[in-house]
Design a protein around this ligand. Sequence first.
Ligand code: NAP
Length: 569
Amino acid sequence: MASSLRITRKQRQEMDKTELFNDAEGMDVVGPTTPVPLDLGDVILKLHPGDGVPPPDGVTTGTSGVSERPSTSGWSETEPYILGLGSDQETNPRFSVGTSGMVTPGTAFPPFDPRFSFTSTLGTIEDYNLPIDKDRKKRVVVLGSGDFGLALITRLVHANYSVVVASRNPNRTRERVTAAGGIIMTQAEALQQSNLVILAIPFPHVSSLPLSALRSKILIDVSNRDPKTYNSTERSQAEHLQALVPSATVVKAFNVLSAYSLSKGIRGSKEVPVCSDDNLARLLVCGIVKDLGLEPLDRGSLRNAREVEGIPFIFFREWKFAFIVSIIIWFIAFFIILFEWQLCNNLRNLHKPNGTFDWSSFDNVAKSNLSISCSSTAITLLAICYLPGVIAAYVQLARGTKYSEFPRWLNRWLKARKQLGLLMLFNAFIHVLCQLSDSGGYGLGHSSYNWRRPTFIACGILAFTMAGVLGLASLPSVGTSMTWREFSFLQSRLGWFTLLLAAFHIIFNVWDGLVTPNFTCYIPSISQFVIVMPVLTLVLKLPLLLPCVDNALTRIRQGFERIPTPPSV
Ligand code: NAP
């Protein structure tokens, strides 16, 4: 497209002011019928598909998974799409559309359906144009040939990028860089090769770089903070870099990965938070992250780098809730057992004439009390894993939709199920080991056993084995090897069966204590405490199994709404 066809900066500012070209209806839009190439001068806008608008052929629908609700058209509501506005005439603009990522002139985008709305101008293509090699590879510069730099080079080369490495001393690392597929040059030479530079050097050395050569470039800052001095309220290293080179566009990314996992294959989370004050630079880096087989997480402005730089130091944050819950349950169970088995009778005896305190009742605290506290915690946690799903089902039934947010406490509880389940397994394991080491142990209470003893033991063994299978299936490496149906069969059907068996394990063991409740010491016995959550969860689940309720719930989960949400205007 000739430069005379460009939208001027003033026109762009006018567009920004209006914020929203509302669904383009008022405009005389010509949707091209054949793919059109974006060209220099084309303006990049952020696109919002309207409800009911099908994605144009060839446009990948969003897979970000941030929003659980797909729009009617199947487009992700959160995935940023780039709209190229051909700028030939204001009265007859040309549109084309593409997914986020690299925006290079000449890219053919599929036809654009005019029923879209879009907000904010992101820039023009030439502002963000990356050089492309003769063989059509996008070229980036990696500054630094250390561990992280080399890991990035390997990954970028695999993703078909052309990588130029900027080194203080190219001869020293030439062999390793070449083996990884990169081309090594001096810093001055390399920095002329692309306007996208990944800074893979320790942050304290940034000021020793030739900063003038970094001007007006997109700088990806991968640096991590020193954990000893990290403070989330202080300015991030990325913001410092932006202040050092004000004309550059700094993007924070990749710092949450390690050099090892980048080069050997990511085992944990593939999420890569990306933040920058420049929308298009952020989208562009999100595209690179995707190209590397990772999942970009748009974290907004560069200020958020303060939190992003703290991510590598997070210590068991997702486990906090589950851990606290399990500790509370464990201590409640422990004190109930201590009171019931060691303190209650002794305290009663003390009130009798010549009554003595029998210290020998404490002999077995370390093993019996530990074992039963762990088993009580395990079964309560197992029930607690399934209870929030049941509550969520009732909430959805009551509201008649799956599209309304659950209360925060329920959301948090639902998200902690995996951790609760693994802590359940941990407690069950300790219980099993204690019981194995005490072959003459009776478990809870001292009931007269007949057929109930072998049945209680069999239920326990089966419940423990199945809990082990559930734990294994929750491992990402195992879970990802299953189909959705296999996974949901294990976590749902097998999980409920495990809970049922565990409840029978308890019921057969504490039957006497249940049928003749004993409140002699004014608090419930451990038999009564341990059965509450499993029975409550199972009883609440039963109505959901009725065909009429099950059908209503299935419809809601398929997206039907009792009171349909009005279409957005
Ligand atoms: P490294 O092994 O120490 O390598 C640093 C490289 O920076 C050197 O090989 C050197 O390459 C270059 N450099 C440029 N100027 C320098 C100077 N004045 N002094 C020393 N080195 C200079 O560090 P790294 O582990 O690759 O980490 C690089 C960056 O990635 C750091 O900011 C780090 O926080 C971040 N990061 C690392 C990891 C990881 O797992 N290692 C993970 C996440 C983030 P030349 O000799 O070729 O110039």
